[in-house]
Design a protein around this ligand. Sequence first.
Ligand SMILES: Cc1ncc(COP(=O)(O)O)c(C=O)c1O
Length: 366
Amino acid sequence: MLAEMGKWGAVSSWDFRSALIDTPAPVIDLDIAERNIVRAQAICDNAGVANRPHIKTHKSVFLGRLQLKHGAAGITCQKLGEAEIMAAAGFNDILVSYNILGRAKHRRLATLNEKTVLTVSCDNAVVARDLSTAVSGGAKPLKVLVECDTGRHRCGVTSPTAAAELAGVVNALPGLAFSGLLMYPPNGETAQTRSFIDEVRTLCAEAGLSLETVSAGGTPNLAWAGQFGESEFRAGTNIFNDRQMVSLGACAPEDCALFVYATIVSHPEPGRVMIDAGSKTLTSELVGFGDYGELVDYPGASLYRFAEEHGFVDVSGCKTLPEVGEIVRVLPNHICPLVNLYDEIAYLRDGELAGRFAIDARGKVN
Ligand SMILES: Cc1ncc(COP(=O)(O)O)c(C=O)c1O
């Protein structure tokens, strides 16, 4: 039987019945995505910080333009390849929040720096020297932010002294312009990040360097935008949200804009049904969950195993059972790697299929 309308809204089945969309397929509710864009912009505006959304989540020119239209100051990319796609589409203020390293990237980096206002982050002197080699001799300097680890323990220098030292190294290298700091703070940890940044600011001032830009980010941190001592904020996942963001309390269920629609293709034994979405459709991301996604129309169902094109669903805990042929929605655990699986994605307006847009930077991982 068709699932009841619950906190997730109704299954938008018209487009499937009329065969406009086939399953399995990710489908974006563009009304929800746009509401998320507008909300992030309002949060940044109210906090007095520039909004620089991270496009690694949507990888789409169409959505990047929508973010600019609603007031974003520029965009963030994770990889040079993403930035090349966005620059070719006319984006003219791009931050690449990644250590760019290796001779194969030199010419690309130099070309991109001529084409757009480009800023990159860097957390060590090897990368800084490599950036300098790539761009020195160019028409304009490359803007560089020193990446600071204020507690997430991924990349980033781990002390204010090391940050100020690296700022000095960057500043002295030909072709580079030290422009400030970048951090990806641990969720909700404002005080630690703020005092780190304040200390770097003091040390840099003593060396005659100023922090033009201080860039912070992360969807779970949007609630604290403006409190990290930042001048700009980078959120990515918030445009679509996902099961992880709901469980972290970073969004409400109704803020989720992307579901994978799948068909129940088999009911081989009591308590188990099979959907036509496996690891090639949904990715195998668990991000701490015990199963591969939430079947929002069937509370109690568990998508507990994958083959490449099959999803195994335990429905023994469900009050009602889906029927073979029925379409169900899966809320992905982690939306960003999933989007990267698709060349284009269909979207709804007012609950009905309104078009498709390209995932232009799909697969651009270097
Ligand atoms: C450097 C950087 N900035 C910002 C973000 C955006 O974080 P979120 O996707 O939680 O919004 C990420 C996510 O990976 C990131 O790596």
